[in-house]
Design a protein around this ligand. Sequence first.
Ligand code: ATP
Length: 236
Amino acid sequence: MSTLLKVTDVHVAYGKVEAVRAVSLDVADNEIVTIIGANGAGKTTLLNAIMGILPLKGAAHFAGQDMARLDIEDRVMAGLSLVPEHRELFSTMNVEDNLQLGAFRLPKAATANAFERVYTLFPRLKERRKQLAGTLSGGEQQMLAMGRALMGTPRLLMLDEPSLGLAPIIVADIFRTIGELRASGVSVLLVEQNAKAALQIADRAYVMELGEFILNGSAKEIAANQRVAASYLGFQ
Ligand code: ATP
């Protein structure tokens, strides 16, 4: 498996406060990697810095390119995509129009295929394609946010807390789809507080505390780690 994303000794600060410290991480082709950790550990900050929304110090490469030379749009064009925690849909536009916005980097001829692919992954979105995004349920909105990101045919999809606020049955649905994505050749970097669900689906995991990675390994090893079990798996 070749490495798709590699960040080495990365720091991200808000003014003088370092929210991410000396973090190194990699994601290979066809891999699901999860970052688990408590509120405020720095997970969102790290994803935003990888996307280019926040500046980072350290080395970062995506698909063989030095990310220091890439702005957000270049990163999208290179195949990187982020589904933010708050989904950021256009609530007064319908499902289809929200998806269309995600296809801006595609040649027109490829758009129909992208719609087909997203509607196959999320049949619910097809049923509701004329419904306004603001009137969808929480789970459907998460599907739409993921669908919109997938319209750009990314190589690496970064998901920030996809399970947030959703009922367990919907979470299971979303996580099943994440597994299907890997099977279709998309790598996933998944930030989750629902450590149990994340570790069940991921190949590898990093555990983040107070801005630093304190553990990493195969998802199986991390799930079996006593400290992880005590801190993150106890109440789920
Ligand atoms: P959560 O799961 O609650 O979103 P997280 O692990 O994603 O947590 P971050 O949101 O990355 O954590 O926050 C990391 C640290 O950076 C926290 O201490 C937070 O208060 C701080 N922080 C986040 N955003 C800002 C900001 N815009 N300005 C200053 N500090 C910030």
